[in-house]
Design a protein around this ligand. Structure first.
Ligand SMILES: NC(=O)c1ccc[n+]([C@@H]2O[C@H](COP(=O)([O-])OP(=O)(O)OC[C@H]3O[C@@H](n4cnc5c(N)ncnc54)[C@H](O)[C@@H]3O)[C@@H](O)[C@H]2O)c1
Ligand SMILES: [Zn+2]
Length: 676
């Protein structure tokens, strides 16, 4: 009995393994040959891991052609196939710290009592190529393919600026007759975005990510296409003829740079803790890099130790790729929610099954507008790819499949919050609620904006309190903020006596916010904090801004016809003027701003103030110079026009001298400050 059950079980296992292998082969083909994956890398990695664990559960010999044993995909018949002098392997993966620890322990165990030194390299997300140099001259370039042979892309590779046709040697090194250099061809984020924009305009499907875009651009029959794609290259290894050149990876990288290759920033580490520190440092830098990386590669530095550890089927034992949390994952759309903003714009938002991406769990992604919703087919029930890079707000990148059960969202014809009718402004994609301030959603957003940090900055008046005050009917306009009946607040949950006292104090303080902020707080269309500041420094006081006509508004730097029209129409509305008068009656009194003078000698100049001044505080001086149109900055560079140095000026003054920048002292500063 027992054994028959086991047989049935393993039959079941075998079936699942076969299914998985076929599924993964399909994904390999789409990814490596078509450069158009259908699932995200994170999902692919899960499938491969599942297969790996099922294969070991079954405990039978694994065939050589299982996806867990092979590298990449065989070269496509479209290209000439090239056998590599030495195979190109893949890398084993670590998805968490325990797996990194296990990797280091395995290495330590395998090598016995030796000091281990590792080098960490960013794992750039591109595709590997093998460059064959004969007598220092590039003769063949091939993709990794299945690791044994790849596709001949020599003509295309010759268009890549970072790949030397001739290896540079300054005579003191004898090159081996044949030398294989390995590295990663990649596409920068910027080129990727530009390429997809262009493809979109031409009606071609976008590339899923920079890796696929780089692969698609390299695997071209016409090298002129590759040349337009601005690919980059980093070298990280050698094959045939290379090992004798150096005794360690760190030495090799220096040598490769000498040959004329770019190499990435690396770090040395001698413990798990140090490796992980490097991992976190790189993870932080990730969003700021010009190209995408999907992890960090730890390599045992010494070649001698590398050789002693050797390799398994598809990857070396002396290296591992520690993957970063995926920036792209798939999930399904539960619903489309319509959110009403401050100006009444109604935006579709995807409510999704919560999923971890870029290190946080997300369940909401804005779709910006109906066009985007329809173009991306983000329907309830659809499976979508969600992306979150760094601190960027999560977005739906694309929809993978919309099956029959997916429901197309109904575009609302009335506001989901207040029920007022919905309208569209000519030439705009956005739909809007016509309810104005009678719409509580709009009112809440407008109030939140009014009290927010960059605006009136009223501490203690958070989102929740604002929402409740609106719901209770105590806030019907921003003018009500200063006329609250505090007695009514007593006894509200989370609103104690102390909180009320603090809130009153915060409101009092906020009455003196500078004019620039006050203008921003009013929520006039197109008037953000920068425009608020321009208006304030041009007109000086609120009355002047309110009285300005279209023409005088156009005289303000940075203000164009659309913004001018919006400002005019805002102040032209009687109900807006009423609100402002109520605010002023309640004691709001933005101090008059100093009017920017024109024609000041420093107007438009980038100046750096350093050291201390006797007659004037440095910060105050900076602010005044700003009003005169100067641009005070904190550090000296080639862009600096002038350095004004006071007592005890240090390194900035030295740097200014080095760069030959004009230098002035306190006497000149005072003259500039008193300029009329
Ligand atoms: N979404 C899909 O359908 C699909 C299908 C197949 C593969 N994939 C993805 O492709 C990857 C697997 O491909 P793989 O076999 O190329 O493995 P890999 O990308 O995980 O790691 C090996 C590769 O890393 C690259 N690399 C980058 N920097 C390196 C460095 N400093 N040193 C050494 N190598 C470096 C090299 O190209 C090397 O071949 C996985 O991320 C997988 O998710 C996705
Ligand atoms: Zn509404």
């Amino acid at each position: 009995m027992e054994s028959s059950k086991t047989t049935a079980d393993s039959e079941d296992l075998r079936q699942r393994i076969t299914l998985l292998r076929n599924e993964i082969r399909g994904h390999n083909y789409r990814y490596y040959t078509l450069d158009a994956p259908q699932i995200t890398d994170a999902e692919y990695d899960l499938l491969l891991r599942e297969l790996d664990s099922l294969e070991s559960e079954l405990g039978e010999p694994v065939p050589d052609d299982s996806p867990t044993r092979i590298v990449g995909a065989p070269p496509s018949a479209t290209f000439t196939s090239r056998v590599h002098g030495e195979p190109l392997l893949s890398l084993a993966n670590a998805f968490d710290e325990e797996e990194v620890e296990a990797f280091v322990h395995r290495a330590a165990e395998g090598l016995g009592d030796v000091e281990l030194s590792f080098i960490s390299e960013p794992k750039i997300d591109g595709l590997a190529v093998n460059l064959r140099y004969e007598q220092g001259v590039l003769v063949v370039a091939a993709t990794r393919g299945d690791g044994i042979s790849g596709e001949d892309v020599t003509d295309n590779v010759r268009t890549i600026a970072g790949i030397p046709w001739h290896l540079k040697t300054n005579g003191d090194l004898t090159l081996p007759p044949v030398l294989e250099v390995r590295g990663e061809v990649y596409m920068s984020r910027r080129s990727f975005a530009a390429l997809n924009e262009q493809r979109d305009a031409e009606g071609q499907p976008p590339f899923a990510n920079p890796r696929n875009a780089a692969a698609g651009s390299l695997r071209q029959l016409d090298a002129r296409v590759t040349a337009q794609r601005k690919l980059g290259f980093f070298a990280y290894g050698v094959g045939l003829g290379g090992r004798a050149l150096a005794s360690s990876q760190s030495e090799l990288l220096i040598l490769l740079q000498g040959f004329g290759f770019a190499a990435q920033q690396t770090e040395m580490a001698s413990s798990v803790a140090e490796l992980l520190e490097g991992y976190h440092r790189l993870l932080e830098q990730r969003p700021n890099l010009a190209y995408e990386i999907d992890g960090i590669v730890y390599k045992l530095d010494s070649y001698e130790l590398q050789e002693r550890l050797g390799a398994v089927a598809r990857s070396p034992r002396w290296a591992i790729a520690h993957k970063f949390p995926a920036e792209e994952v798939t999930t399904s759309v539960r619903d489309i929610i319509w959110q009403v903003g401050r100006t009444g714009v109604i935006t579709p938002v995807a409510d999704m099954e919560p999923v971890a991406v870029g290190g946080v769990v997300v369940s909401r992604a804005t779709l910006h507008n109906i066009d985007e919703l329809q173009r991306k087919q983000v329907y309830t029930g659809a499976t979508v790819v969600v992306r979150r890079a760094g601190d960027v707000i999560p977005e739906v990148v694309r929809t993978l499949n919309v099956d029959d059960s997916a429901r197309k969202p109904v575009i609302p014809d009335e506001c989901p919050v207040c029920g007022a009718s919905v309208f569209r402004i000519e030439g705009e994609v956005a739909i809007r609620c016509s309810g104005g301030l009678s719409c509580s959603a709009q009112l809440k957003e407008r109030l939140r904006h009014f009290v927010s940090r960059g605006a009136m900055d009223i501490e203690g008046m958070g989102d929740k309190l604002v929402a409740r005050l609106v719901d209770e009917g105590m806030l019907k306009s921003i003018a009500d903020v200063y006329e609250l009946d505090y007695a009514q607040l007593a006894g509200w949950q989370g609103v104690g006596e102390k909180k009320i006292t603090n809130l009153q104090a915060a409101l009092e303080v906020s009455k003196q916010r500078p004019l620039a902020r006050f203008l921003h707080a009013l929520g006039i269309r197109h008037v953000g904090s920068a425009t608020g500041a321009s208006l304030a420094s041009h007109f000086g006081n609120l009355d002047a801004v309110m009285a300005a006509d279209q023409e005088s508004l156009l005289a303000v730097p940075d203000i164009g016809p659309e913004v001018a029209a919006s400002i005019c129409s805002f102040f032209g509305e009687q109900h807006n003027r009423d609100v402002i008068h109520r605010l002023l009656r309640a004691g709001v009194e933005p101090p008059a701003a100093q009017v920017a003078a024109t024609g000041h000698p420093l107007a438009g100049k980038t100046v750096v103030l350093t050291g201390s001044f006797e007659a004037v505080n440095r910060r105050v001086a900076q602010e005044k110079l700003r009003l005169f149109g100067a641009k005070p900055t904190g550090s000296v560079s080639a862009k600096t026009d002038l350095v004004i140095a006071g007592e005890k000026a240090g390194s900035k003054l030295t740097k200014a001298r080095e760069l030959g920048i004009e230098i002035a002292g306190e006497a000149e500063l005072l003259a500039w400050l008193n300029w009329q």
